[in-house]
Design a protein around this ligand. Structure first.
Ligand SMILES: [Ca+2]
Ligand SMILES: [Ca+2]
Ligand SMILES: [Ca+2]
Length: 248
């Protein structure tokens, strides 16, 4: 009850038009991107994408700063250079309210589908710019009860969905909040998920998140990687793995 009451108390803040503006622009962006793009890549070339911890997409030209900064600026409402716990929850709940189209304080299946297809279609695609983990083929281990050699690759963790653009490894942030697995995300579940996300991001546990405290998303790493397309003759190809053989 307390969480719900807190949500209601914050409601007027969520309605501030300036605060909501970037999210309202998303459908416009998608409309201008063109209906014909339905089967084509939904992330036009040259656009960098960032997903807030709540799963809100931010998009920017590659010539502009990586849009993590845009989220930070939005969430840091008092502009003190840190996203406080309260600011983090407000930002997260603002996005919840936008996803909750029928305003019943629950994100239901159609509302989740709208998220996946219209608000954040990037999560259904694999971004070719992002480097995926190497897959190793190992000989089967005779000490294991079951021969897992052939099936082992199924367990290699790939970077999928929203994780490609997120600070937290959650391929589908809305579904991830559905802790009782009833295909609905209540406001209470959303607040609980937001609390967990804050704990993860507040690395030094001081109750606030500074921009420097944030890691780089896989998309950001890809965007900041040396210019691709041309082989770099001056640089030896290095493969990072446990048994680094770059010295061989
Ligand atoms: Ca702040
Ligand atoms: Ca709803
Ligand atoms: Ca649920």
């Amino acid at each position: 009850m307390r969480l719900f009451a807190a949500t209601l108390a914050l409601a007027p803040i969520f309605l501030a038009p300036i605060f909501l503006a970037p999210i309202f622009l998303a459908p416009i962006f998608l409309a201008t991107a063109g209906v014909a793009a339905a089967q084509a890549p939904l992330v036009p070339a040259g656009l960098n994408v960032f997903f807030s911890p709540a799963g809100q997409p931010f998009r920017a030209k590659s010539s502009d700063p990586y849009p993590k900064d845009a989220w930070f600026t939005q969430a840091d409402r008092d502009k003190d250079g840190k996203i406080s716990h309260e600011e983090f929850l407000i930002d997260s709940m603002a996005f919840f309210i936008l996803l909750d189209q029928n305003k019943d304080t629950v994100i239901n299946s159609p509302e989740n589908t709208r998220y996946e297809t219209q608000v954040a279609p990037e999560i259904t695609r694999v971004d070719p710019r992002i480097r995926q983990p190497k897959v190793f083929v190992r000989k089967s281990d005779p000490t294991m009860d079951i021969d897992r050699g052939a099936a082992q690759n199924r367990y290699v963790k790939t970077v999928q969905g929203a994780s490609q653009y997120s600070l937290i490894d959650e391929p589908q942030p809305v579904r991830a909040a559905d802790s009782n697995l009833d295909f609905k995300v209540s406001d209470v579940e959303w607040v609980a998920a937001s609390e967990q996300r804050f704990s993860i991001l507040d690395a030094n546990g001081d109750g606030g998140i500074a921009l420097e405290e944030l890691t780089k998303t896989p998309a950001q790493v890809a965007a900041e990687a040396p210019h691709d397309g041309k082989p770099n003759k001056n640089k030896k190809k290095r493969i990072y793995r446990g048994d680094d053989r770059s010295a061989e």
